[in-house]
Design a protein around this ligand. Structure first.
Ligand code: ATP
Length: 332
């Protein structure tokens, strides 16, 4: 199966081709980087309008050279969750390409894609997945035909929380990599640690971190405290999810998954439990159309296509709304 994938839920105008025979993925992405502040939904949508056509054209050109004049079996697109104005442009682009080439459409849940890409390359069966992305933070586990939300943030996503702090100190978006770098030279500062059962909250930590900074604590120290606290929370909840489900496989997904300190903590937790831990390549962690194309191929094979008339986007699309039809029966 060969799939054209299209992504554009927030900042990445991205297109990809996935060829299941060779298991290879080619991705073209144009990133929206705001001049100041965080992501502005209107500017993000303008970015999609400006750049989706060109990344799609580049992938079509690549696929034709690589695989011949009719390279695709279907078009997979991010249906949600994400910024509504951006998603509408993704949907429109996907419908236009599908009609131009007379191909079926597959509507993909962006969060399920973040986790399936790890499961795909890890060769795992029923892992617990920690999705640590910009706008989201949750733990998913597979049970009886759906990815269930085992735990999640009670307020903001993990990347957005970090980005709010970096905006406060005047650093440009995205803040995550800058916090990671600064934390290397920092000393740990204690910040509120908020885990309630399987859920967690970042808002108190963020206010406390801003306060520490305003009170004159060196920014490197606050960054170190932030990383240690937030990632320890995510690690604790991941461990609890493994214990509760009995799964011995953990997959990390989402842009914050690029952080070395988070990976280190999760690696050592998994080692101590004798669980396997997998992190996909960075290009599959941050938003990208490759993960949409890979999951699109599985859904297409399982017959999960969607007619154009029903292919509307859903900006609040929850992962547990997706019926998982593409897994082998022994995994259920
Ligand atoms: P979602 O996938 O939930 O819709 P998104 O589109 O904003 O969210 P991603 O591309 O998955 O998200 O991740 C972007 C986020 O990752 C940003 O908030 C950014 O600060 C964060 N990030 C990137 N690199 C790092 C890093 N090295 N350490 C921590 N955070 C990071």
């Amino acid at each position: 199966v060969r799939v054209l994938g299209i992504e554009g839920t927030a900042w990445a105008a991205s297109a990809a081709v996935y060829d299941s025979a060779s298991d290879s993925v080619e991705i073209e992405t144009e990133a929206y980087l705001p001049d100041s502040g965080g992501l502005h939904p209107r500017e993000a949508a303008e970015h999609m309008a400006d750049h989706l056509p060109e990344v799609i054209e580049r992938i079509i050109e690549y696929a034709r050279e690589e695989y011949g004049p009719e390279p695709f079996d279907c078009v997979a697109f991010s249906r949600g969750p994400g910024l509504g104005p951006c998603l509408r442009l993704v949907g429109t682009s996907a419908r236009a390409v599908a009609q131009r080439f007379d191909l079926p459409l597959v509507g993909v849940n962006h969060m399920v894609a973040h986790l399936e890409i790890g499961r795909h390359f890890a060769g795992f069966d029923a892992p617990v997945c920690l999705n640590a992305s910009g706008a989201n933070a949750h733990l998913l586990g597979y049970r009886a035909g759906r990815y269930r939300v085992l735990g999640e943030t009670m307020d903001t996503g993990v990347g957005n929380a970090i980005d709010k702090f970096t905006r406060h100190v005047g650093w440009s978006h995205p803040g995550g990599p800058k916090v990671e770098e600064a934390a290397e030279d920092g000393e740990y500062v204690e910040l509120p640690y908020v885990v309630k059962g399987m859920d967690f909250s970042f808002s108190g930590i963020m206010s406390a971190a801003k306060q520490e900074y305003d009170d004159g604590t060196p920014v490197e120290d606050v960054c170190c405290g932030l990383q240690e606290t937030i990632f320890a929370m995510l690690t604790e909840v991941s461990e609890r999810a493994l214990a509760l489900t009995g799964s011995e496989e953990l997959v990390l997904g989402g842009g914050v998954g690029q952080n070395e300190r988070l990976r280190e903590m999760l690696t050592s937790m998994c080692e101590q439990r004798g669980a396997s831990f997998f992190v996909p390549e960075n290009r599959f962690l941050r938003d990208n159309a490759g993960m949409i194309a890979v999951l699109g191929a599985k859904m297409f094979r399982a017959g999960q296509t969607v007619p154009v008339a029903e292919s509307g986007i859903d900006s609040n699309f929850r992962p547990d709304e997706v019926e998982v039809t593409w897994r082998p029966p022994e995994a259920t």
